[in-house]
Design a protein around this ligand. Structure first.
Ligand code: BES
Ligand code: MN
Ligand code: ZN
Length: 487
């Protein structure tokens, strides 16, 4: 069941079974505690004295008065409270509310943290329940409604906006969490067609045969080894008919990456069901941009295929010709992401997209470098990058730029054609993948490459993400595109 979020000016205790408050360390009482009835105030005074509650970071204080349960969360010292901390505190409160099996929760917030409160609530209301025959009732969310006590003038529009954002994020997280026998290229096509079923939106589906006709030799090579039919999904949204500008997003959607003939080792191979995380993020970003009705033109290309060692599979040593005519020597069939993406990037530029973003779970080396903390960022346009970093300051998603010096390009030179698809020594693994993609970017295109190999998915709980798929970097991309309106 989806948790409803409702604004309320004044708290109505009888409507709720749990009341949540935030408190700064070294302050005596919770934020906006004056809004409580005098009875509750008195109760809180006596109980907080009794327990000597310090409101240290994420320290929880629980008490009860007249059938109403009260939950206070500590924020730590006021000067060190930031957006991320507020989101995390909200998330932890609602997690606790769930443990307490609360149904109707009220939250008394600080107006300046309205957005972060909504983000915390929305993060807490996402869960992937798995595919058990019988659902464990205790694991299911009990929360049905959250009342948000604030007199912020934009509360209604903010609730709506964040709901649209998180609905898209939830779609992507589900797609990443679900296994590869369910999330196939055809399944992604079905999800895309649900979004395209709206005015101003169109979907074009390119299958393997058409891809070959369009001379997408790199995408087609990867797709050939699998029995599961491949799809290049092209979504278009025209939200700014008068403008010539067009943003293009490419998302890698390898629905299962076995490595192909350069087969991966068995340990952990199941995790490669998440190798469509970039495609899911591109689809989700598109979905949110459409539902928010942003005034931009956006085109998304999702090259979707398995990477399998079938009898017709491409082989190490093969030389492929991509749709811009460039030739690629296959050193490893496990470096498949950059291949399918190169044809998608060429396609979007042919369609007039001049501001490009690509998103991919591209290299294991990226996890070696950044763990699960930063998304690796490579670019040819510092102003486009600045816009992304500005957007990321609002969402808390972290990006870190890697160098793209010409010397790195020398590592992907081939003796017999334009480039190799993989560097056997594995040096600069993340950057050389970026350098290959750069070969498919025209000079007048602004381009951002985001390697989300570490950040799209994590088997440990982190901050407010919970286990498994995180939805990174969807929220930042939506924020970035929001800023592209009226430009
Ligand atoms: N999908 C993988 C990258 C990956 C690995 C993502 C682990 C998430 C977790 C990608 O297709 C791949 O196999 N990359 C190779 C490239 C190499 C052959 C040059 C890698 O990183 O080992
Ligand atoms: Mn691979
Ligand atoms: Zn891959």
């Amino acid at each position: 069941m989806k948790t409803q979020i409702k604004p309320c000016k004044k708290i109505q205790v009888s409507n709720n079974d749990l009341l949540c408050l935030y408190q700064y360390q070294y302050e005596k009482y919770p934020i906006n505690y004056s809004q409580l009835t005098s009875k509750l105030q008195k109760h809180l005074q006596s109980s907080s004295d009794r327990f000597e509650y310090k409101a240290k970071k994420y320290q929880i204080h629980q008490t009860e008065s007249d059938n109403l349960r009260l939950l206070v969360i500590g924020l730590g010292p006021k000067k060190s409270v930031n957006n991320d901390l507020w989101i995390t505190a909200t998330y932890k409160m609602l997690e606790q509310a769930n443990t307490l099996r609360a149904k109707n929760v009220a939250l008394i917030i600080e107006n300046s943290f309205l957005r972060q409160s909504l983000e915390g609530i929305n993060f807490a209301s996402y869960r992937f329940d798995g595919l058990f025959q019988k659902q464990d009732r205790d694991k299911l969310s009990s929360l049905s409604r959250v009342d948000l006590c604030t007199d912020h003038p934009q509360v209604n529009s903010m609730i709506k906006e964040q709901s649209a954002v998180f609905e898209a994020v939830a779609l992507a997280r589900d797609l990443v969490n679900l296994p590869a026998n369910i999330v196939t290229p055809k399944y992604l096509e079905k999800e895309a067609s649900k979004i395209a079923n709206q005015p101003g939106v169109s979907l074009k589906v390119i299958d393997l045969k058409q891809a070959e006709k369009l001379k997408m030799g790199a995408f087609a090579a990867v797709a050939r080894g699998s029995r599961e039919p491949a799809r290049m999904l092209i979504l278009e949204y025209k939200g700014a008919a008068k403008s010539k500008e067009k943003i293009g997003i490419v998302g890698k959607a390898i629905t299962f990456d076995s490595g192909g003939i350069s087969l991966k080792p068995p340990k952990g191979m199941g995790e490669m069901k998440t190798d469509m995380g970039g495609g899911a993020a591109a689809l989700a970003t598109f979905k949110a941009v459409v539902s928010l009705g942003l005034k931009v033109n956006l085109m998304v290309a999702i090259p979707a295929t398995e990477n399998m060692p079938g009898g017709n599979a491409y082989k190490p040593g093969d030389i492929l010709t991509a749709s811009n005519g460039k030739t690629i020597e296959v050193v490893s069939t496990d470096a498949e992401g950059r291949l399918v993406m190169s044809d998608a990037l060429v396609y979007l530029q042919k369609q007039g997209a001049d501001k490009l973003i690509d998103i991919a779970t591209l290299t294991g080396a990226c996890i070696v470098t950044f763990g699960h903390i930063h998304t690796a960022l490579m670019t040819n346009a510092s102003d486009w990058k600045d816009s992304l970093l500005k957007a990321s300051a609002h969402t808390g998603e972290k990006f870190w730029e890697l160098p793209m010096d010409q010397e790195y390009g020398e590592l992907i030179e081939s003796d017999i054609c334009d480039m190799v698809n993989a560097v056997e020594s594995r040096e600069a693994g993340t950057i050389t993948a970026g350098k290959l993609l750069e070969q498919f970017i025209e000079e007048d295109s602004k381009w951002l490459h985001l390697d989300i190999a570490g950040t799209a998915f994590h088997t440990k709980k982190q901050k407010y993400y919970g286990k498994y798929a995180t939805g990174i970097p969807i929220r930042t991309l939506i924020e970035l595109i929001k800023g592209e309106q009226n430009k």
